[in-house]
Design a protein around this ligand. Sequence first.
Ligand code: HEM
Length: 399
Amino acid sequence: MPEAIVFNPFAYEIHEDPYPTYTRLREEAPVYHNEALGFWALSRFDDVLNGYRDWETFTSTQGIAIGESGEISSPSMIGLDPPDQTKLRKLVVRAFTPHRVGALEERVRTLATGFLDRFIEEGECDLIARFAALLPSDVVSTLLGAPAEDHDNLRIWTAMLLTRDDGVARPPAAAQEASQQLIARFQELIAEKRRRPAEDLISGLVAVELEGRRLSDDEILGFCMLLIAGGNETTEKLIANTVHQLARHPDQRARLIAHPRRIPAAVEESLRFRSPTQYMARTTTRDVELHGRTIPKGEQVALLIGAANHDPRHFEVPGRFDIDRVMERHLAFGFGVHFCVGARLARLEARVALEEIHERLPDYEVDESGVSVVHATNVAGLATLPIRFTPSRPSGAAT
Ligand code: HEM
């Protein structure tokens, strides 16, 4: 009798390619039930995609992380279903149109070159601490309209907010404390923007009307928390994972350096290969029959993006990192009504980050012995990425 599969979404080693537990889930238990932790999991591409598409059967209203009941985050559209979610979503998507995101490119590039300048003479660094963790957070803080002196705190609190102890669903005390600090600072910022509106997202939300009324502070706070929590760590992981994989595949990196136009394709492959968001959870609104099993109504189901994006039914040799892969779609940004609002921004940040890294430190090498992974809620990826490179002079770009 084969060994029982134990899948704990808070303690997995995603740096193994392919992650063996995902392979076993897809092949042996496509409808997986973890009785001890009280959740189900779907892992095949078509099942995961359908879970995201069929929001009437798989509701977001009962929490979107396993074991999470929403106690540390403010209520926001990610925890709603249409039509309530649709109305709120319309208010923020306007900040993420191709035009609005395109207009951020120069700012993103200035930030990126500024961070690189700070260590380029040193010839080595932890690329996460000195670059990948800084860029997305500063971009979102800028977008929201937080002043530069707030950026460090907002980044630190957001990272704390998502931390979980290994194998434990409940947020540790430090995460709850960070959540309180973030909330308090955003409340102050919202009050400031009500008094003195500017050209930023919080001011836009302060001014907007929803069905003839202004948004409450709590609703705006919900957006702030969602954008900062959703945009920081995910994009950090995307940048770090892509740099890591390209170091492991020098031939592919050389091709990207010669043909930077291929970078967006490499970013897509990175999103598929090591998806920063490993799963989102839903709750069944009716009994669901699938692959000969029944998931009863009212059960929490993890829709495993990380497993779906390695499903051999959909991707040829999924364990191979291949920037030339032709793929119709991956599920790294989800699918359907909750499809990531920030996908365009994340792609822009990753592209600019790679362009600048290739330009400034083209010969970087990763010290694999110092690479480590982090377990957050549903975001997983590298915690440290030590690199070495030939030092050069700072460009002098201002941050
Ligand atoms: C590589 C980076 C990113 C990844 C992998 C990612 C992943 C995801 C996924 C999987 C969802 C779907 C959630 C669900 O179905 O329940 C989502 C939703 C969302 N993401 Fe992202 N995200 C990234 C970057 C960003 C950025 C940069 C922002 C904004 C600054 C952002 C804001 C959001 C928001 C607001 C939602 C909720 C949309 C809704 O409920 O309608 N994300 N993201």
